[in-house]
Write a protein that binds this ligand. Structure first.
Ligand code: FAD
Length: 565
């Protein structure tokens, strides 16, 4: 049986829910939201710091143009400037809309929405709700969607594939995690809002375990290009053993970074700003200390120390309670008494599914749209500013919802044939029958290690070539990983296997894009090409499949607003 909807949205995080809520304003439309985890467990809920909009509360000189300029400068001039201006102009409206929907933003003394300073911003413009901003927004959006009669949730359903004909996309096939059944949803428009893929750095990432880039990989396999995939943001302070994020506030409040010789080594890299230098610079400084033998521990778990002891228990408890709890729970260190082992960790993916136009968010495949971290619009270019990801979800989720209400109006659902439905079922049946000697955990660990070592914070030609070859081999080995669990009910072994394939395919795309970008820009640091090269590389990378091979081409950057400086 095929269930039919006007719009199917895959992803129940901030981007998917905002899109659904906006679409649902036309009560004649039927909308489905699909999520592999219960929606309130989406990674949006982990965002702590806040969301950027130039409300002008903290400083009345702030405005959308300055927000746009900060964003473009932060992007190392790779962002598309019209899209950035559009985002920053609509940002305040979206904050007020979230406020009216019931998001409990922190307030100033006189009751206005409060704003805090964040890296790369000329004025304080980050709106927040204590240190649980993403959590409260996600819950508010979910609760609002639950109240809409025309929004139906498919919780714990896993996207397997798109269903398409010569006209474009007409549905999706999903695996019901609960009972192993493959089902089909027909749709006039399909939205991918499946989040980021920083889990390709398996053992050191701030991301939720499920951030495996499933939507990007499905789009790629269906011929849609992925854009600027070489740009990954590394956050300097991840816990050494797990990569779990320790908020930037730990340095903001005055924490020191210390090497094995007891030095505050940032004095060598940025004597003025010291620990409060930019994320990419601090990350590279820590890695350099480790590479030059001034770190602690053994690879791949080497680390330096974050020392908060001088702040005293009272301040740590007051300002950094979550940091303390995470350090105790996951590293066994109480920052009041001991320094915390930390190391940079993969945090955010600037690249993603290529959308042709920021006003429609349509991909080159007709009927397929993308929004949120899985999309590349591109508003972050080579490097994202903290607080700009959440605002991207809401501005473009809203824009997409508004557009889809008109888009689906004159369209008809196209029938889905038995053969089209069977394709995904057969794929799953084949996996159940698979034999082989490879181990899932081993292939996944090798992928994480290769990405970390060769496609990580520092990159160079030889390492990238080697990584591409090894990742290609791992993808072949993936075919020989048998299922250990042959059950139908909550088969997490099967889900992990499907996720691993997606991560391996995306890892190859990242390595290929990085190999061919012979310059350093934003989050992409080539040791053999240490300078930004606007003459040859002021352009977006697009990677896509052609006859089973990955191909690369380039696309112009929109620099029409402020040019390149
Ligand atoms: C620890 C952390 C802190 C952060 N802090 C901030 C911050 O303070 N400010 C800021 O602006 N940004 C922050 N970010 C970034 C920001 O939170 C994310 O970029 C953003 O929330 C992504 O939202 P999304 O809706 O695109 O995806 P997500 O919230 O990741 O949701 C993805 C959805 O897709 C679904 N999905 C995925 N694959 C499938 C599949 N195969 N089948 C079905 N469903 C699927 C998932 O179930 C989920 O519902 C932070 C990120 C992290 C990791």
């Amino acid at each position: 049986m095929v269930r039919e909807y006007d719009v199917v949205i895959v992803g129940g995080g901030g981007a998917g829910l905002m899109t659904a809520l906006e679409c649902s304003k036309d009560s004649s439309l039927k909308i489905a939201v699909v999520s592999k985890v219960y929606p309130t467990r989406s990674h949006t809920g982990a965002a702590q710091g806040g969301v950027n909009a130039s409300l002008g509360v903290a400083d009345s000189r702030d405005n959308p143009q300055i927000h746009a300029y900060d964003t473009i400068r932060g992007s190392d001039f790779l962002a598309d400037q019209s899209a950035v201006f559009y985002m920053t102009e609509r940002a305040p409206e979206l904050i007020y809309e979230l406020d009216r929907l019931g998001v409990p933003f922190s307030r100033t003394e006189d009751g206005r929405i409060a704003q805090r300073p964040f890296g790369g911003a000329t004025y304080p413009r980050t709106v927040f709700s204590a240190d649980k901003t993403g959590h409260v927004i996600l819950h508010t959006l979910f609760e609002q969607c639950l109240g809409r009669e025309n929004v139906e949730f498919f919780n714990e359903f896993f996207l397997l594939d798109l269903i398409r004909d010569e006209e474009g996309v007409k549905g999706v096939s999903l695996l019901s995690i609960k009972d192993g059944e493959v089902i089909t949803l027909g749709a006039k428009a399909v939205v991918l809002a499946t989040g980021g893929f920083a889990r390709i750095y398996w053992f050191r990432s701030t991301n939720a375990i499920g951030n495996t880039g499933d939507g990007q990989a499905v789009a790629l396999r269906n011929g849609v290009p992925l854009k600027d995939m070489e740009f990954i943001q590394f956050h300097p302070t991840g816990l050494a053993k797990t990569g779990i994020l320790l908020s930037e506030a730990s340095r903001g409040e005055g924490g020191y970074l210390i090497n094995r010789l007891g030095e505050r080594f940032m004095k060598r890299y940025d004597p003025k700003r010291m620990e409060l230098s930019t994320r990419d610079l601090v990350s590279r400084a820590i890695e350099t200390e480790i590479r030059e033998g001034r770190g602690f521990g053994k690879e791949p778990y080497s680390y330096v120390l974050l020392d908060l002891r001088h702040l005293g228990e009272k301040k740590i408890e007051e300002r950094l309670p979550q940091v303390r709890k995470l350090a105790i729970d996951f590293e066994g260190k109480d920052p009041v008494k001991e320094p915390i082992p930390i190391r940079p960790t993969a945090h955010y993916c600037m690249g993603g599914i290529h959308v042709k136009d920021y006003k429609t968010l349509e991909t080159p495949l007709k009927g397929l749209f993308a929004v949120g971290e899985c999309a590349c619009i591109s508003v972050h270019g080579a490097n994202r500013l903290g607080g700009n990801s959440l605002i991207e979800l809401f501005v473009f989720g809203k824009t997409l919802g508004e557009y889809l209400r008109k888009y689906v109006k004159d369209l008809k659902l196209r029938p889905i044939t038995y053969g089209e439905r069977r394709k995904s079922e057969e794929f799953i049946e084949k996996i159940f029958k698979r034999e082989g000697k490879e181990k899932l955990s081993q292939v996944r660990a090798e992928m994480g290690r290769i990405n970390w070592e060769k496609v990580g914070i520092f990159r160079e030609e030889g390492g990238l070539k080697e990584a591409y070859e090894k990742l290609t081999e791992l993808l072949q080995r993936w075919e020989k990983i048998p299922l250990v669990d042959k059950g139908k009910v909550f088969n997490t072994n099967l889900i992990e296997l499907l996720e691993l394939r997606n991560m391996l395919e995306l890892s190859r795309v990242v390595a290929l894009s990085a190999l061919n970008r012979k310059e350093s820009r934003g989050g992409h640091r080539r040791e053999d090409y240490p300078k930004r090269d606007d003459e040859n590389f002021l352009k977006h990378s697009l990677v896509y499949y052609e006859n089973g091979e990955l191909k690369l081409k380039y696309l112009e950057v929109d620099t029409t607003k402020v040019g390149v400086k």
